[in-house]
Design a binder for this molecule. Structure first.
Ligand SMILES: [Zn+2]
Length: 237
């Protein structure tokens, strides 16, 4: 009898003890584990957001029959969407995606942070799909952009924009000027205005020190909105 009671209380003891071994980790351990998972998930989410942005933009190019699926796959291999900061005309710090060549993505992110810190205003950064990939339309609306699968205006050669290696910043405030011809129409280049690029502006210095070149330095015409990177040789396709 006593042996039986002892056996019973022993097994009860074992039963009552066994869940303890399966109990979750101590609260302090849970917190540190969760915060690691949390930041890991946030990183995963932002990577997914960037991937989805690029996919949707490329899909809109296919839908508009500007490129086919094969070309889209090739572009997806060399491009990435990067979230950049900018200071809008209301003085608010904003964030938006730019599609750029993979090899300049992290550089572009830090360049845009430096531009925002310098107080330089960027009117807007909106997806090119919103403008149906029309450079003219994006310029008229003063939209800052990078990737656009297009030719150099008025030529048959692919633009550096087609590989995410050229940026057009505030294009209505920084137009293309050739003698008396100004594009977009109605635009006026006024270096005194915040958001306008000129050699004394910090934005110019920031791009130049990072190895970029400026279309405003060209002769005999100037493309004041245009910064480009020619240190990466891309195979055109
Ligand atoms: Zn350009």
């Amino acid at each position: 009898m006593t042996g039986w009671i002892l056996k019973l209380s022993l097994s009860l003891l074992l039963i009552s003890c066994s869940p303890a071994t399966e109990r979750p980790a101590t609260p302090s351990k849970v917190v540190s584990k969760d915060s690691t998972i949390g930041s890991h998930n946030a990183k995963k989410d932002s990577l997914k957001e960037a991937k989805d942005f690029l996919e949707n933009e490329l899909k809109s190019l296919i839908d508009l029959k500007i490129i086919n699926k094969k070309k889209s796959d090739k572009l997806a291999e060399i491009l990435s969407a990067v979230k950049v900061e900018f200071l809008n005309p209301d003085g608010d710090r904003k964030e938006a995606f730019l599609i750029v060549h993979k090899e300049v993505a992290s550089q572009i992110k830090s360049i845009f942070k430096e531009i925002a810190d310098s107080g330089f205003v960027i009117d807007k950064i909106e997806p090119m799909s919103k403008y149906k990939w029309s450079d003219d339309s994006s310029m008229v609306y003063n939209n800052t952009s990078c990737f656009n699968y297009r030719l150099v205006s008025g030529t048959r050669s692919m633009s550096k924009h087609a590989y995410g290696l050229a940026l057009d910043i505030n294009p209505f405030w920084n137009p293309f000027v050739s003698g008396k011809r100004v594009s977009p129409k109605g635009a006026k280049y006024d270096p005194a205005k915040n958001g306008t690029i000129h050699r004394k502006a910090l934005i110019y210095k920031i791009f130049i020190k990072n190895g970029w070149k400026w279309g405003g330095d060209w002769k005999p015409y100037q493309d004041y909105q245009h910064f480009f990177y020619d240190k990466i040789k891309v195979k055109t396709f």
